[in-house]
Write a new protein. Structure first.
Length: 111
C-alpha cells in the first residue's frame, strides 16, 4: 500500500503523539498523484466534523474526485491485480504501481 512503510519503530506513545501533534507529510517516494494525496489528506483530517465522510458517510467517499471513473456497481466483478512480493524490490515506487493497477483493474471491470 502506498505510503505504508515505516522506517523507524516507535513506541505507542510516540506514535500517538505523531498522529495527534504532527502535520501530515508525504515521503518523496513513492510518487503519488495529487488526487490520491488529496484523498488521503481528506480522510486524515484531525477534526472529525471536517473529515471526509463526516456528513454523508461512505456516499461522500464514493463521490470523491479520486473515484470519479469508478463504477461502484461493478466493483465486485473486477479482477484484482497480482499481488507483488515487496521483498523483491529495493524501495522503488512499487506500491504506487500496485495501487494504480488495482484502480485500473476496477475501472476496467466488465459486468
Amino acid at each position: 500500500m502506498a505510503y505504508s512503510v515505516q522506517k523507524e519503530v516507535y513506541s505507542s506513545d510516540k506514535t500517538l503523539s505523531n498522529v495527534v501533534l504532527q502535520n501530515l507529510k508525504f515521503p518523496d517516494s513513492p510518487l503519488g498523484s495529487l488526487q490520491a494525496k488529496d484523498f488521503i489528506r481528506e480522510l486524515l483530517v484531525k477534526e472529525t466534523e471536517n473529515r471526509l465522510q463526516s456528513e454523508k458517510g461512505s456516499t461522500e467517499i464514493k463521490r470523491y474526485q479520486f473515484f470519479e471513473r469508478l463504477n461502484w456497481a461493478l466493483i465486485r466483478c473486477a479482477i484484482p491485480p497480482k499481488l507483488l512480493d515487496f521483498n523483491e524490490f529495493d524501495g522503488e515506487p512499487e506500491a504506487q504501481v500496485h495501487l494504480e493497477a488495482t484502480i485500473i483493474g476496477i475501472l476496467n471491470a466488465k459486468p
